[in-house]
Design a protein around this ligand. Structure first.
Ligand code: NDP
Length: 273
């Protein structure tokens, strides 16, 4: 699988999301297996957060990476209400315990909250110095937030980005590209919802003998600085997502998709879920 440089490490362009994992004990085994299958298929970047199932998703990840921690690039996120001097190290320790590891490769501020950015950054830097995290970054930050942050050590910005939500192409994506900051695209297949039923998307998929979800991933990955983190529990979904890394869309496909899902003509408020 193609890789790109994130936080000083080569990571695969398709990783694995974990939102909504860890919520239902009866699905635990299935979720662990899905993540393990994804790792075997090269999707070794795993994205999680203390928020997901209030630690439940991190526990699923901890089990999935057990015995193969060194293969995985682990991303987790701190709640904004924990993003203080005292809160960050405590939240990180709890995450490390659930993940059954001694370090998180990339630790993100989930979204902006009540604590000054400087305070959170200082706490992140201390965790980095102690080796508990490799690098840090942010999520759901718009251009003005990144400008205020003004931190060259911020490794990424994780944002909502898919065919239906192209707002970041107007200013945020170019800003991140100019500042050599890779973007992590969340909800890359529109949460498996109505986007996948779009007639043009289906036509493009049929032309290549692939699925609409695979086209939606390949469309994001046409850009060299974007990493997609689809979440999948069904093994067939995991397989299809890994295979999407090989799909190349041509000019005709991209033009058709541009007609069906318009690029932004002006600044749009940063979309979030
Ligand atoms: P996704 O766009 O990844 O969609 C997930 C849904 O799509 C699931 O229902 C899944 O089904 C289904 N699916 C997966 N692969 C396929 C496929 N090949 N074909 C058809 N359907 C498929 O949405 P998410 O909201 O999960 O976003 C991805 C990840 O991004 C999250 O899991 C999380 O890690 C991160 N995220 C970050 C946010 C932030 O604020 N920073 C906010 C939201 C998400 P099934 O599971 O049954 O296989």
């Amino acid at each position: 699988m193609r890789t790109l440089q994130l936080a000083g490490t080569q990571v695969p362009i398709i990783g694995q999301g974990t939102w909504q994992m860890g919520e239902n004990p009866s699905r635990h085994k299935e979720e662990v297996s899905a993540l393990r299958l994804g790792i075997d298929l090269g999707m070794t970047l795993i994205d999680t957060a203390e928020m997901y199932a209030e630690g439940g998703a991190e526990q699923v990840v901890g089990e999935a990476i057990s015995g193969q921690r060194d293969k995985v690039f682990l991303v987790s996120k701190v709640y904004p209400h924990n993003a203080s001097h005292k809160g960050v190290p405590l939240a990180c320790e709890r995450s490390l315990r659930r993940l059954k590891t001694d370090h998180i490769d990339l630790y993100l501020l989930h979204w902006r909250g009540q604590y000054p950015l400087e305070e959170t950054v200082e706490a992140f830097e201390r965790l980095r110095e102690s080796g508990k995290i490799g690098r840090w970054g942010v999520s759901n930050f718009d251009v003005d937030d990144l400008q205020e942050l003004a931190a060259p050590t911020c490794a990424t910005n994780q944002v909502l980005y898919n065919l239906e939500e192209r707002g970041i192409e107007f200013d945020l994506l170019p800003w991140c590209q100019q500042n050599t900051m890779p973007i992590m695209a969340y909800c890359p297949i529109g949460q498996g919802g109505k986007m996948l039923a779009n007639a043009t998307l289906k036509q493009v998929a049929a032309r290549h003998g692939v699925t609409p979800a695979q086209v939606s991933l390949a469309w994001l990955l046409r850009q060299e600085t974007v990493i997609a983190i689809p979440k999948a529990v069904r093994p067939e979904h995991v397989q299809l997502n890994a295979q999407a890394a090989q799909l190349k869309l041509d000019a005709r496909d991209l033009e058709a998709l541009d007609q069906a899902f318009q690029a932004p003509q002006r600044k749009q408020r940063l979309a979030m879920v």
